[in-house]
Write a protein that binds this ligand. Structure first.
Ligand code: HEC
Length: 142
């Protein structure tokens, strides 16, 4: 007596492949969203940093409160910049990581200078930070 033919399960393979593909897929959109969220936060803090350093310090007799605010915003920027490599965007790309590092360094320098009430040092760091933002956008933002 010949062996009974095995029942065919036509959907088993494609189903398994779809599942495997889903599991193997890098979490692209979620990761990209993470970077977008970081950027939104950086954008707000960057605007506030410019306002506090370049506008408020010039408007007030006592620049101390504006510098304290600048130090806070720069610290937020440093915190966000430190998260960029962990966002999963451009994983391991040395040029991307270098620019993220430059942004982090400049934000930290701005925070330190503002905290020590060194307006010129803080503004110089702000200019460097801006250069890092625009350099990275030029090469990596589409
Ligand atoms: C290391 C690279 C890098 C640095 C540094 C960087 N960005 Fe970005 N930024 C990107 C990339 C990549 C995108 C596009 C990501 C996306 O798909 O939303 C982006 C997008 C943005 C967006 C658009 C977000 C949106 O909602 O679409 C803003 C605003 C922004 N960046 C502001 C800044 C500011 C301000 C700085 C500096 C203080 C900065 N970025 C520094 C890489 C960088």
């Amino acid at each position: 007596m010949p062996p009974r033919p095995r029942p065919r399960r036509p959907l088993a393979w494609p189903g398994a492949l779809c599942l495997a593909a889903l599991l193997a897929l890098p979490p692209g959109p979620a990761r990209a969203q993470e970077l977008t969220d970081l950027m939104d936060g950086m954008n707000k803090a960057f605007g506030a940093l410019i306002r506090s350093l370049l506008v408020l310090t010039a408007q007030k007799n006592d620049p101390s409160p504006a510098l304290a605010e600048a130090a806070q915003e720069a610290a937020k920027l440093a915190e966000a910049a430190a998260q960029i490599p962990k966002s999963g965007a451009f994983p391991g790309d040395p040029a991307f990581l270098k620019l993220a590092g430059e942004a982090l360094e400049a934000a930290r320098a701005a925070a330190a200078a503002a905290k020590e009430k060194r307006l010129e040092g803080a503004v110089a760091a702000l200019v460097k930070l801006h250069a890092a933002c625009t350099a990275c956008h030029k090469d990596f933002r589409f």
